[in-house]
Design a protein around this ligand. Structure first.
Ligand SMILES: [Cu+2]
Length: 112
């Protein structure tokens, strides 16, 4: 009976360890970033720009002007994500868009 209990515990532990990817893969990190923008077009542009290598999830809220990004910290950083978003024309906590990038935005998206 004791052996059966031990085997059960070992089997359960094995399931826990193999099903939890974070034990083996890098721990993903989730960070928030304030990003200027106006509308759904901005949302699509910001989220597209944010999805650089290492980013698994990027969601911008029009209401709170906040981007929530989940990424592998071994591959990228919130600074790098912010820089990419600025290149797409959107000012954020990490970087400001150049006038050239900003002027490329459609009129409805010009938030300044
Ligand atoms: Cu817009």
């Amino acid at each position: 009976m004791k052996t059966l209990v031990k085997i059960t515990i070992i089997a359960l532990l094995a399931v826990v360890f193999t099903s939890n990817n974070s034990v083996f893969a890098a721990n993903p990190k989730t960070e928030k970033l304030k990003v200027s923008g106006n509308c759904d077009m901005c949302k699509a542009r910001i989220e597209k720009a944010a999805k650089i290598d290492g980013v698994t999830k990027a969601e911008w809220s029009e209401k709170s002007k906040t981007l929530t990004a989940t990424f592998d910290p071994a591959k990228t950083s919130i600074d790098a994500i912010g820089k990419k978003i600025a290149e797409a024309g959107h000012d954020n906590d990490k970087a400001k868009a150049t006038n050239k990038a900003y002027d490329k935005l459609p009129g409805c998206c010009q938030y300044r």
